[in-house]
Write a protein that binds this ligand. Structure first.
Ligand code: RAM
Length: 337
């Protein structure tokens, strides 16, 4: 009897150890693909993770997510070091800084780990899975501001974190577009503020803008967290006629989007597809299918991508164009993402 109990105890311990072991150390012979988000609580990031996870399952690899609490590049460095120690095969990261992670990612690559960036790029990445072309995104944002302001007047930008590569790339491209065309000469960009993709900070920053600039016509928010906070803030401010433009999740913005609403229309792309594409791109890189700039490759999801020169990473591929959500279609998309 004692022997049986001892045997049972050993079996329970082995089971517990296996269940608690990180995926890469499970010893099941499968590769592990890791995803690191800008932060762990952003609903946009959660959708990206779900797409990445689905693709990992389809590819028969283990999946792990490790994301920092806040949009900190330093915390992402710590996480990447942990993933290197864990022996993952690949890391997809939405970077909180364009340069700070470079040395750590280099170490990861020297350890044989494939590195892609998604959502927000950084130096040291082999390939950026770009959700949509930077100029295309900037153009729809500028045109939204122009349209919602009636062609002239004051606007402000509520961004995410001040070091986010994607946000800064869109903002820089918006500045170029406005400077290059006299059509936009009567628009006055008062300020860019940062809500760090935190609802409370984004709300405070919106309130500050409303107080500071009584003639403000539009707040443009190229962040899903920011646009929701800004729309809610403007709605709850008596007599406020400021319009909200930007990038938002239809599921979160459905009650605020429409011709006579605080946000007449907004843009985004499918974040689930972005995460999904990242895992398939990793597989293609590991299989040696990704060639030089201007070549194409067909990933195991059946989609063919053109390899382009990266702005920050070595190469990039573009997942799709920005899509417009209006009062007409928002209900159809609210259940999707
Ligand atoms: C926020 C994040 C993310 C951005 C989207 C549009 O969730 O800032 O990086 O791509 O918005």
């Amino acid at each position: 009897m004692k022997k049986l109990i001892a045997l049972l105890l050993v079996a329970v311990m082995v089971f517990a150890m296996t269940a608690c072991a990180p995926a890469a150390q499970q010893g099941d012979g499968k590769d592990t693909y890791a995803i690191v988000c800008k932060d762990a609580s952003n609903p946009y990031m959660k959708r990206m993770v779900s797409g990445f996870k689905t693709a990992c399952e389809a590819l028969g690899v283990n999946f792990v997510e490790k994301s920092p609490e806040t949009t900190s590049a330093q915390d992402q460095i710590t996480i990447v070091n942990e993933l290197i120690a864990q022996g993952v095969k690949a890391i997809a990261i939405a970077a909180n800084d364009a340069a700070a992670l470079e040395a750590t990612l280099k170490t990861a690559r020297e350890a044989g780990i494939a590195i892609v960036t998604l959502d927000s790029d950084t130096k040291g990445s082999q390939m950026f899975i770009n959700q949509a072309g930077v100029k295309e995104v900037a153009q729809v944002l500028v045109d939204s501001i122009y349209d919602m302001a009636g062609g002239e007047g004051e606007f402000a930008v509520l961004s995410a974190s001040s070091t986010a590569t994607n946000q800064n790339a869109w903002i820089a491209a918006m500045q170029e577009i406005i400077a290059a065309d006299s059509k936009y000469a009567s628009l006055v960009w008062k300020e860019t503020v940062y809500g760090d993709d935190e609802p409370t900070k984004s709300t405070t920053e919106t309130q500050n803008l409303l107080t500071k600039y009584p003639d403000l016509k539009v707040i443009c928010c190229p962040t899903t967290v920011g646009i929701l906070a800004a729309a809610q803030t403007v709605e709850s401010t008596d007599g406020c006629t400021v319009k909200i433009a930007g990038l938002g999740l239809p599921s979160e913005m459905k009650e605020y989007v429409g011709d006579d609403k605080v946000c007449p229309y907004m843009y985004l792309w499918n974040p689930i597809d972005v995460g999904n594409c990242a895992a398939y791109a990793i597989k293609a890189i590991l299989d040696g299918k990704v060639g030089a700039v201007d070549s194409t490759f067909t990933a195991e999801n059946g989609k063919t991508y053109t390899v382009m020169t990266g702005d920050t990473a070595e190469k990039q591929i573009i997942v799709g164009p920005p899509f417009a959500f209006t009062g007409e279609n928002i209900a159809d998309w609210a259940g999707v993402y």
